[in-house]
Design a protein around this ligand. Structure first.
Ligand code: ADP
Ligand code: MG
Length: 627
């Protein structure tokens, strides 16, 4: 037997691991199983590629053996194994470049260092959190001799020849005070299912199973071996091996949803980064879709080992309805949340995943519009959030979002709106600010109806915020109809009867002045409208100003640090009421009429009146006259 000291860095690392991971020591099992899985992968690879190993029998399995009485736990595999030299270098020194790197960055500040640890593997040493003595017996594939490595994780390790029937590694943990909780078969099964369910190899647990014996009328313990993991990382198999049923089953098992998903997108990336993603779109939007504390639906795996399922950084927030799996080959098992936020590997996976999801959706939209309509019904609004937040994918998102419109039943795409544009039409128009019924009857739409121009009806609460930031779709201007300024599309007309208009404006001037004087500082301006046909009046806002509905909303949310909204009142010179007012400027009802023109325009835009009592009195005075 030979006694060796640990390399000094090993001691340092051990202390740090124990210090930083003490809150969830159960990860030791995840680490050891992952090492076994790596060792099995390596041997399988050799048996497939190396003639020397072709004849080596390969019976891949991982065995957990629990002795509750003795408080020992064995983790054994039939993998590649280690010879003497490897035991010394892999378990006794810091040979790995990543760890070396890590240690060179240590500052001595415990808190900072324990954050750092998430960037690197913790691996084998984590077992010293739960064991005060570890024995490793390993036999390298293709070699006859086995070796035993023993350590208390403090001073150093001993190494001596041993025996092992076949190649592989057996790790015997003498559980310490902290580790005793794992001398429990339920607990072990639970941990395996949580982290290692999809390890590609079967994991067996041997333990004393208590079962009721009817004859003896008592429960009897029998030594039992059971497989405890599913052993199938379905997402790691190639697409053409998988049936739709396989995908649906996995979906249901990871989400608990009883319905089939709408779509799934399965991607294997190889190259500078190796990872697999499998994303699902649920048939029905998750119930917490619009709650601030929504549950994340994408699970992160590293080499088939479950890492976490609550990382909001895996996908952008607007894709929070997506369910599925990201499985990376390049992240350390111990990756922490803090690290994820600025991890280059994850950033690349995330960027590519978003692109993938959106491009798949786009191809469904093109090739299976009926299927896509189901998607729209559930997820149109979150995609709009994406328009606001995901600048890089705005073009694609604009293709995916669907709109209500004055021209079609149901919803339409911007591409279709574009294809319906009239000869010479310069912009695409939309109206925001209220419920659909209100928008559809808005006086602001009259000129568009008259000119047979399509207007998009944007009735989602976030539409105004989102669309005030979007001014083009494939080179075409997108414009709000409730913003002041005459559209280019009406200019030609305006040009045609310019002299007419000028004469009319001159004629109307006294009325406009009078209205302005009456309404005082409630309006910014009063002017002749070019957008009205049937209504006598309407209100509009300046292009750069939030609309009056928006201002109302901001106010309701407690934002009051801007001046009271001052819309511009526009009047329709061709309307009977306006004509009559013009003909009888000194009429006793003129003042009431002025306010009613203004208030009705506000009402039509869904804006609450400041003084409803006054409005009703005026209305009644006029009613009284006319009855
Ligand atoms: P990592 O897995 O990140 O390399 P670990 O500390 O978990 O770090 O393991 C260190 C090394 O020890 C592994 O890289 C591997 O070479 C070796 N090793 C650990 N466990 C086993 C095992 N069960 N079979 C074969 N080799 C192993
Ligand atoms: Mg490891």
């Amino acid at each position: 037997m030979s006694k060796r000291e640990f390399q000094t860095e090993v001691n340092q690392l051990l202390q740090l691991i124990i210090h930083s991971l003490y809150s969830h020591p159960e990860i030791f099992l995840r680490e050891l199983i992952s090492n076994s899985s790596d060792a099995l992968d390596k041997l399988r690879h050799l048996t497939l590629t190396d003639d020397v190993y072709k004849t080596v029998p390969f019976d891949p399995r991982i065995d957990l053996d629990l002795d509750e009485e003795a408080k020992t736990l064995v983790i054994a595999d039939t993998g590649i194994g280690m010879n003497e030299e490897e035991l010394v270098s892999h378990l006794g020194t810091i040979a790995r470049s990543g760890t070396k790197n890590f240690l060179s960055q240590l500052s001595g500040d415990a808190k900072k260092d324990s954050n750092l640890i998430g960037q690197f593997g913790v691996g084998f040493y984590s077992a010293f959190m739960v064991a005060d003595k570890i024995e490793v017996v390993s036999r390298k594939a293709g070699e006859e001799l086995a070796w035993r490595w023993t350590s208390d994780g403090k001073t150093g390790f001993e190494i001596e020849p041993a025996e092992r029937l076949v190649a592989g590694t057996t790790i015997l943990l003498h559980l310490n005070e902290e580790g005793k909780q794992y001398a429990n078969s339920w607990r072990l099964q639970e941990i395996v299912k949580k982290y290692s369910n999809h390890i590609a190899f079967p994991i067996f647990l041997t333990y004393d199973k208590s079962e009721w014996n009817e004859e003896e009328k008592k429960s009897i313990k029998t030594r039992t071996t059971e497989q405890v993991n599913a052993a199938s990382a379905l997402w790691r198999r190639s697409k053409n091996e998988l049936e739709p049923e396989d995908y649906k089953e996995l979906y249901k098992s990871i989400t608990g949803d009883s319905q089939d998903p709408l779509f799934w997108f399965h991607t294997k990336a190889e190259g500078s980064l190796d990872y697999t993603t499998l994303f699902y779109i649920p048939a029905k939007a998750p119930l917490d879709l619009y709650q601030a504390e929504y549950k994340v639906g994408v699970k992160l795996y590293v080499k088939r080992v479950f890492i976490m399922d609550d990382a909001k950084e895996l996908l952008p927030q607007y894709l929070r309805f997506v369910r599925g799996i990201i499985d990376s080959e390049d992240l350390p098992l111990n990756v922490s949340r803090e690290i994820l936020q600025q991890n280059r590997v994850l950033t690349s996976i995330r960027t590519a995943s978003v692109k993938k999801i959106l491009s798949e959706l786009k191809s469904i939209a093109t090739n299976h519009p009926d299927e896509f309509a189901k998607f729209t019904a559930e997820y149109n609004r979150p995609l709009k959030e994406g328009l606001y937040g995901d600048y890089a994918n705005r073009e694609t998102l604009l293709e995916l979002v669907r709109f209500k419109s004055t021209k079609v039943e149901g919803r339409t795409s911007l591409a279709d709106v574009k294809s319906r544009m009239k000869e010479g039409q310069k912009s695409i128009y939309y109206i925001t600010g209220g419920a659909e019924s209100l928008l559809r009857t808005s006086p602001l739409l009259e000129i568009y109806k008259k000119k047979d121009l399509e207007v998009l009806i944007l009735d989602d609460d976030i539409d105004e915020i989102v669309f005030s930031g979007i001014d083009k779709y494939s080179e075409i201007d997108i414009k709000a109809v409730n913003k002041a300024g005459t559209s280019e599309d009406f200019k030609d007309d305006a040009e045609a009867d310019k002299t007419d208009k000028e004469a009319q404006a001159e004629n109307l001037k006294p009325l406009l002045e009078k209205l302005k004087a009456t309404l005082g500082d409630r309006v910014k301006d009063v002017r002749v409208s070019e957008r009205l046909a049937d209504s006598p009046s309407c209100i509009v806002s300046d292009e750069e100003e939030p609309s009056i509905q928006m201002q109302q909303m901001l106010r309701a949310m407690g934002q009051t640090d801007f001046p009271a909204p001052k819309p511009t009142l526009e009047i329709n010179p061709d309307h009977e009421i306006v004509k009559k007012l013009l003909a009888r400027p000194e009429d006793a009802t003129a003042e009431d009429a002025a306010w009613l023109l203004f208030d009705q325009a506000l009402l039509m835009e869904g804006v609450a009146l400041q003084d409803p009592a006054n409005f009703v009195q005026r209305l009644n005075r006029i009613l009284n006259l006319s009855i």
